[in-house]
Design a protein around this ligand. Structure first.
Ligand code: ZN
Length: 565
């Protein structure tokens, strides 16, 4: 059955809530092992039904936001979802307290109940009102930044429109675009400060009510981090500082030479090549056909996966009127297929969808019939390892997609990944300060961020821009407002993916087997254990980063400089 043929009937929300509640009653009373497991399966099936229908509605809504029917259905789901979240929470509590807990753990592993425990640690009825206030503030940030109307050369732009112009080849254009952008942030600084300050105070209050001194451990638990904490993050950042920062400075110096600007200012940084960024060679039809060839050549599993994605219509790729912005991958648990949504627009981002989002989707495909489904509740650093590694496993085929630009693609892919890591670390270290010092003033926060920024990003020359010189840059980073401590996950995944990149160059079979194993482990093991199980080194361990870097530099050196301009 193809995606467009899937039938959607509105679920009977009240009926399902009643049904799951009574199954949960039965589960909590259950004295018989067989009965416990059979009820557990029934409960999970009911949840999957809701998840499936919700995903169908939300995919169809993002494909056409103007379709009133699915818009209405989505609103209905938003209204009812908290009831199902509450039931899921209850399921966790029952599992923890059940006399069949150890049977359950023996059968399905320990991470589900470990996460049940995290959930218990981070929830208390007394914080519900605070969470509502928190999400109101987060929405305020979205609304403020999403509604930005910024004048640029006589035209009104939004933030992402302006960011696109900051890559322009003309230096004045880049500078003016950045000045307009930062001008808007400076003008809204007080609101942005107030929203953040309120968020930090509410989150600290939540932590205190839950019995924690600061919000940091609460955030870690909420992200499902089972075997690493802020002390690991600290050691990890030290490695970044020692090894990646110097390498990134060398990459910036090469960039300065390449684009012919001796003292690059912050507004020069988005311009990697004077000849423009690498461009894919065709539209959706051509790129998908090439991706199919690629995935068939890469492995049997990927060939079967991508063929199924096409045959079942599980991708909606090209941008069109009425589509929601951005891109994502999600899963249909009953249809047992992943779905990829994106907005192809003729940039290299189109190919990223076919490697990165397809990496997420491939992992979803490999584990499509996993039971319990909760063993697929990935933490972000592992989920992004699946997708970012696929970007590297598909490297040998990039000539198909970029033709003459492929050398530029190869260079930029590695170089921008390296450049990103210190920035990610700066955001993490800043948050550690913020939540350890919840009463710091906005001015103190800004001063601290500027200090951290100078450590990780010493090349930054803000050209006297007051807002940036005073430490305002972090306010553009959505995650600080929406998901505290989340950002570092991208950098950890990048280090894992780099390990696969290096391993793949040295021994493809070994690397691919390990990758498939990691995909299939999914969330059945905590992060450090999972990495160890598949023969990857932990990014938190001393030496891991240091070992990879020379291989990355060798790779960059091996590329044809004449084609990278
Ligand atoms: Zn991703």
């Amino acid at each position: 059955m193809r995606f467009e043929d899937l039938v959607y009937d509105r679920p009977d929300f009240d009926g399902l809530v009643g049904e799951i509640s009574s199954l949960l009653d039965g589960l909590s009373r259950s004295k018989d092992r067989e009965e416990f497991f059979s009820l557990h399966k029934k409960i999970e099936d009911s949840f999957l039904k809701i998840d499936e229908l919700y995903n169908i509605v939300s995919i169809r809504n993002s494909i056409n936001t103007k379709d009133e029917f699915y818009d209405g259905e989505l609103k209905l789901f938003y209204e009812h979802m908290p009831r199902f979240d509450e039931l899921k929470h209850r399921l966790g509590t029952i599992r923890l307290e059940s006399k069949f807990r150890s049977d359950f753990e023996e059968k399905y592993g320990k991470t589900i109940t470990m996460r049940d425990k995290l959930q218990e640690d981070t929830f208390d009825p007394s914080i519900m009102e605070d969470r509502v206030s928190e999400s109101k503030l987060v929405n305020e940030y979205y609304k403020l930044t999403g509604g930005a109307e910024i004048e640029f050369r006589g035209e009104i732009k939004n933030i992402s429109g302006l960011l696109a112009i900051t890559q322009d080849r003309d230096r004045d254009t880049r500078r003016e675009a950045f000045e307009a952008l930062n001008g808007w942030f400076a003008a809204n600084m007080e609101s942005l400060d107030r929203i953040y300050d309120d968020l930090v105070k509410i989150r600290t209050k939540i932590a205190n009510k839950l019995g924690f001194e600061t919000y940091t451990p609460v955030a870690y638990k909420l992200m499902g981090r089972l075997d690493w904490d802020s002390s690991d993050a600290k050691k990890y950042r030290e490695q970044i500082l020692e090894h990646i920062v110097p390498l990134s400075q060398k990459i910036y110096a090469d960039q300065a030479q390449r684009i012919g600007i001796e003292n690059m200012k912050y507004f020069d940084l988005p311009l990697s090549f004077l000849s423009g960024n690498p461009k894919p060679v065709g539209d959706e039809d051509l790129l998908v056909a090439k991706a199919l060839e690629m995935y068939k050549e890469l492995s049997e599993e990927t060939g079967e996966f991508f063929e199924a994605m096409i045959d079942k219509g599980m991708m909606d790729l090209t941008t069109k009127d009425g589509k929601a912005p951005g891109g994502y991958m999600t899963s249909l648990p009953l249809t047992q297929m992943p779905f990829i949504f994106s907005n192809f627009n003729g940039t290299s981002g189109d190919v990223d969808v076919l490697t990165h989002e397809a990496g997420h989707a491939f992992q979803g495909y490999l584990t499509r019939d996993m039971y319990p489904n909760e063993n697929n509740d990935l933490t972000m650093e592992i989920a992004e390892t699946h997708s970012m590694s696929m970007e590297f496993f598909t490297h040998p085929w990039m000539e198909k997609f970029f033709g003459e630009d492929s050398e530029k693609y190869y260079y930029d892919h590695i170089a921008s990944a390296i450049k990103f890591i210190p920035y990610g670390a700066s955001i993490d270290e800043f948050q550690e300060y913020v939540y350890a010092n919840p009463s710091a003033s906005p001015k103190e926060r800004r001063a601290k961020y500027r200090e951290i920024e100078k450590k990780y990003l010493p090349h930054l020359d803000y050209d006297g821009n007051e807002y940036l010189e005073n430490g305002g840059r972090w306010q553009r980073q959505l995650h600080l407002y929406t998901d505290p401590f989340y950002y570092i996950d991208y950098t950890i995944a990048q280090i894992n993916a780099f390990q696969y990149f290096v391993m793949d160059m040295e021994n493809h079979e070994k690397a691919w087997d390990s990758y498939i194993k990691l995909c299939k482990i999914s969330a059945k093991l905590p992060t450090k254990k999972a990495l160890k199980e598949v023969g990857l080194e932990s990014p938190f361990d001393d030496g891991t980063i240091e070992k990879i870097l020379p291989k990355l530099t060798d790779y960059l050196e091996s590329l044809d400089k004449d084609k990278i301009k």
